[in-house]
Design a protein around this ligand. Structure first.
Ligand code: ZN
Length: 225
């Protein structure tokens, strides 16, 4: 048997099951997609976007890359965002990181993986920016968890600073940017309470989120010492 036959069979079974439950499901989707959400997440196979928020095809516009980065010169990510905001008119952009992220950890462990190390330099930038608070943690695992959160915060920042979002907010388009972290240990999403509805809110939300992460680090250090 060809080794991909299982996947093709799975696909036929899935499509048949969906049609049995909802006969006009595909004919309705063919006409248009009108998702309310843009998901920017990690490529990690343990974090499948639609599945963990239990949304159907057509409900989530998705961009994934290693370590859920939003780089200002990444034409791929910017194009997804521009299309989602200007054309699809999504109402929410969610950056969802995850604990145990291989991209974040490999930067912390300074392990060499090849070309991807250049991409992960963006994680090093986040680390360096927040090094004074992160190095308070002796445990590499805890440092990795907080770095995953700080990385989400910085990627939300990057989104808010694009011309795409600034222009959308200027023309009073209703759109908000959110920061989450998914926990691969239990399947739950942790809401970092980063919700930005307009450019004026940005500084306050950023500062408050940073204070919460720093306070959590303080509590951990106090408990251990
Ligand atoms: Zn990851």
């Amino acid at each position: 048997m060809h080794r991909l036959d299982t996947l093709l069979k799975n696909n036929r079974d899935w499509a048949d099951r969906v049609k049995a439950e909802n006969p006009d499901f595909f004919s309705r989707l063919v006409k248009q997609q009108k998702p309310e959400y843009l998901w920017i997440g990690c490529s990690d196979s343990r974090v499948p976007a639609n599945q963990i928020v239990d949304l159907l095809p057509g409900e989530l516009f998705v961009h994934r890359n290693v370590a859920n980065l939003v780089v200002h010169t990444d034409l791929n990510c910017l194009s997804v965002m521009q299309y989602a905001v200007d054309v699809l008119q999504v109402k929410h952009i969610i950056v969802c990181g995850h604990y145990g992220c291989g991209g974040v950890n490999s930067m912390l462990q300074k392990s060499r993986q090849g070309l991807i190390d250049n991409w992960l330099c963006h994680i090093s930038d986040v680390y360096r920016k927040h090094e004074p608070i992160l190095t308070r943690l002796e445990s590499e695992a805890l440092r990795g968890d907080r770095l995953c959160e700080l990385n989400v915060l910085e990627q939300v920042t990057n989104i808010c600073q694009t011309t795409i979002l600034r222009d959308a907010w200027q023309r009073k388009q209703e759109i908000s940017v959110h920061g989450w972290v998914y926990d691969i240990h239990d399947g739950y999403i942790r809401d970092l309470r980063i919700n930005i509805d307009n450019h004026d809110e940005f500084d306050t939300v950023y500062r408050q989120a940073l204070e919460r992460i720093a306070a959590r680090i303080d509590r951990t250090v106090d408990t251990i010492s």
